[in-house]
Design a protein. Structure first.
Length: 322
């Protein structure tokens, strides 16, 4: 839970809630009713919880945890709230599930798991719900898939394999569904792509490749699509950019990069676009920043960072604003 005015963080009653032993990633469904967490063991699982709309408390969903592939990492839910996808790093594929609209329980989709690139990491569904993209860290590529609107099954997009920078680890799509951004941990850059809304193909021919801080580990776009933020794990900074609304190109803010916590691992902007949250892996906490609506600059709020569990790896925000 957090203060509506300041977004200060305070523990929800009953927190922390039991999950797996090797938590890697978390996400909240678009309606803010369910939370999903990956347990990145070789015999991996997805822990599923219902969210109390009044308190934010979590309750395990019947049947949880649900079986995934080897070392499930990032997870993504489609905008229709019907399908969930979990990327399995060690089995080089993606597990696909239907979401029970009443309970949040997961059921494997026919044909799942679907093949992915070598050592896949993050996944993202475009705002239209038609396409899924997965970044592969070992072969520095992005694979695209069309999503069957009836079943949630995946079909590779012909010619969709796109090159990235060195060792890509994070992927974000802008709210308009026209642009995609990838943080490249190995060469300290963020790659930008245009997205063809008809075919789902990606192209980076019109973009440069802006520099980030050291070890960029996560990229997040604000809900207005005007600003982008990259958490740089190796030098404890946040790189911030303005987004060109016509081309999607990134321009660093004058004071970027900004100081961050210890080992910033993941970043997320809240649905109002007013606050940026960063999970600090080595600090065991979460930093909160107010976003200047005129220029996108992040300023850490009073009391930040806020204590979290050991090796904080992920941050997700419910669509419900309490």
């Amino acid at each position: 839970m957090s203060s509506t005015r300041s977004r200060e963080l305070s523990p929800v009653s009953g927190s922390p809630f039991a999950a797996g032993r090797m938590i890697y990633s978390s996400t909240v469904d678009p309606l803010g009713r369910f939370a999903y967490v990956t347990d990145a063991e070789l015999s991996g699982h997805i822990f599923a919880f219902s969210i109390n709309p009044a308190t934010g408390a979590l309750a395990a969903i019947s049947g949880s945890p649900f079986t995934a592939g080897a070392e499930p990492a990032e997870i993504a839910v489609d905008p229709s709230d019907r399908f969930l996808y979990a990327v399995n790093v060690n089995s080089n594929n993606v597990s696909a599930y239907t979401i029970n609209s009443s309970t949040g329980a997961l059921s494997p989709i026919s044909g799942s798991p679907f093949a992915a690139g070598a050592q896949p990491f993050p996944a993202a569904v475009d705002p239209s719900g038609r396409f899924l993209y997965i970044v592969s860290g070992q072969d520095d590529t992005i694979s695209g898939y069309t999503i069957d609107s009836a079943t949630g099954g995946l079909m590779p997009i012909a010619g969709s394999l796109s090159g990235t920078g060195c060792f890509p680890v994070s992927l974000a799509l802008d709210p308009s569904g026209r642009f995609a951004y990838v943080a490249n941990y190995g060469d300290n850059t963020v790659s930008a792509y245009s997205l063809d809304p008809g075919t789902g193909n990606l192209s980076r021919s019109i973009f440069g490749t802006p520099r980030t801080g050291k070890g960029p580990n996560s990229v997040a776009i604000d809900p207005s699509g005007r600003f982008a933020y990259v958490a740089n794990k190796a030098d404890n900074t946040i790189s911030a950019y303005t987004v060109n609304s016509s081309t999607g190109a990134l321009t660093p803010l004058p004071s970027s990069p900004f100081p961050a916590g210890n080992g910033p691992q993941a970043a997320a902007v809240d649905p109002t676009g007013r606050f940026l949250y960063v999970a600090n892996y080595d600090g065991n906490n979460v930093s909160v920043y107010a976003i200047d609506p005129s220029n996108g600059s992040p300023t850490e709020i009073a009391g930040s960072p806020f204590a979290a569990g050991n090796n904080t790896v992920s941050v997700s925000i419910s669509a419900r604003i309490h």
